[in-house]
Design a protein around this ligand. Sequence first.
Ligand code: FES
Length: 104
Amino acid sequence: MIVKLCNASELPAPGAMRTFRGHNLQLCVARPEDAPERICVFDNRCPHQGAPLNTGHLEGSTVVCPYHAWRFDIATGQPQMPCDPPLITYEARQYDDEIFIRIP
Ligand code: FES
């Protein structure tokens, strides 16, 4: 299912994160400072113990959890430590001034 996430004007600045709710999801959107053209959308709940990742911080295209500093690639969801569970990510596309995501 493809749904509208937001308008392009609502995207966070490069290097910042912003949360969105809807469709029973708690989402976080970020644009890496080193690749601001990329729109990364991921579950805002850390797969470890559910910390709100938007209260952590970004290091390039890596989000660092505020609770225990687990790290995840925000484009792929891959954890820094291979034994950790991955972060759920969502495909995002921009059409004109609107941002859409694909929900499985
Ligand atoms: S809750 Fe995120 S690393 Fe523990």
